[in-house]
Design a protein around this ligand. Structure first.
Ligand SMILES: [Zn+2]
Length: 84
């Protein structure tokens, strides 16, 4: 699974993301680690892309992190696999 296969949807807030049935994804630009994050940690009005500003990668320590909404794979119905 490459990160380019992820279907990233532009969502403004955690609330917007939840309403659309999406999950919060985290990707490190440096080492390509991809994980889902528990969105219940965040307030409904939290801006999805802004979450990355307070994160560092647990694997490589990079601060070049992206956070975004992730959708199920349309054909298979599966969520994209995490990768470390
Ligand atoms: Zn990393």
């Amino acid at each position: 699974m490459t990160t380019t296969a992820l279907k990233n949807i532009s969502c403004t807030t955690i609330e917007d993301m939840r309403q659309r049935g999406l999950r919060l994804g985290f990707r490190c630009d440096h080492c390509s680690r991809f994980r889902y994050m528990a969105d219940r940690r965040f307030e409904a009005e939290t801006v999805v892309s802004a979450i990355s500003e307070s994160l560092t990668c647990a694997r490589c320590g990079s601060t070049e992190i992206e956070t975004f909404a992730v959708a199920r794979h349309e054909a298979s119905g599966y969520w994209p696999a995490e990768s470390s």
